[in-house]
Design a protein around this ligand. Structure first.
Ligand SMILES: C[S@@+](CC[C@H](N)C(=O)[O-])C[C@H]1O[C@@H](n2cnc3c(N)ncnc32)[C@H](O)[C@@H]1O
Length: 272
């Protein structure tokens, strides 16, 4: 089987080198968050964005998805725009920019006033390699559930005003969730396990993407997995995973989170 020796492991190393060894078209979903700005180094490590993006295109399967969670630093009074430049590069190398989603923080870090509003979101760029193969949309309650819409008059410029005779169906109880997703950051028990990492994203964010874009048994990759949030949630949701991080300390943190999960497994599986 493809990638057998990498599956369900956290690998220590530069993702550029490890991604070269992962089989082509073998990954169903990538969820990752790169080091934001200071792009040339992170704790002295290399971060070669363009090589990483190209290797992600190689390993992702046709119809697979890459979720790239990123924000911009403000340097010398200007946001860097790095997130947009990265998104356009992904497009240039063949990905579709499938959706520009927003990760809204319900408890953003208060900002010292610098003539701008508090920053309370990051981008979640959703890229696809061709037509998306799996989408299990999250559904939410409709605001106007059950409302019956009457006939409407509309303008047809070639034939003057026209009356729409057919009554629309009543508004359904559920509708597809919007693309701004809100989370409390760092407060939940499962997120507290990652408190020694500088920038973990919430477990629920990883969960929502995994459920949206994969089926049970699919392979989820996080090439810069930090505290292991993506891998933890892939395991909880019965997906296979591959995690990579360049920091030995973070690899150990991820492995510890996975071990904690195993010891609490029964309790957690009961909740899903
Ligand atoms: C923003 S953090 C990811 C946090 C993660 N999403 C979580 O929930 O904990 C970025 C991570 O990228 C890792 N990193 C930076 N350069 C890397 C590289 N070339 N290869 C692999 N990991 C790298 C850093 O060690 C850091 O843990």
């Amino acid at each position: 089987m493809k990638n057998n020796k990498f599956l369900n492991k956290i690998l220590h190393g530069d993702c550029v080198e490890i991604l070269k060894k992962i089989s082509e078209n073998s990954i169903d979903l990538v969820i990752t968050s790169p080091p934001y700005d200071n792009l040339r180094s992170y704790k002295g490590y290399k971060f070669e964005f363009e090589k990483i993006a190209e290797l992600l295109f190689k390993v992702i399967s046709p119809g697979g998805i890459v979720v790239w969670v990123v924000g911009d630093a403000t340097i010398n009074g200007s946001e860097t725009g790095t997130s947009f430049k990265q998104a356009l590069f992904f497009q240039k190398i063949g990905f579709n920019l499938h959706d520009t989603m927003i990760f809204k923080k319900q408890n953003p870090i208060p900002q010292i006033y610098r003539k701008r509003y508090s920053n309370e979101f990051e981008y979640m760029f959703v890229f696809s390699k061709g037509t998306v193969k799996t989408h299990n949309p999250i559904m939410v309650d409709s605001l106007h559930a059950g409302l019956k819409l009457g006939s409407t008059t509309y303008k047809n410029y070639s034939k003057n005003d026209q009356k729409r005779t057919k009554f629309a169906n009543p508004v359904k109880n559920k509708k597809i969730k919007g693309n701004i997703w809100q989370y409390v950051v760092g407060k939940k028990k499962e997120d507290q396990e990652a408190k020694n990492h500088s920038a973990p994203f919430p477990c629920k964010l990883a969960e929502d993407h995994i459920l949206s874009w994969t089926k049970k048994g699919d392979v989820v990759l996080d090439p810069m997995c930090g505290s292991g949030t993506t891998c933890r949630m892939a395991k909880v949701l019965n997906r296979k995973f591959i995690g990579i991080d360049i920091s030995k300390e973070y690899v150990k943190m991820s492995e510890k989170r996975l071990r904690n999960l195993e010891s609490n497994q029964k309790k957690l599986f009961d909740n899903y």
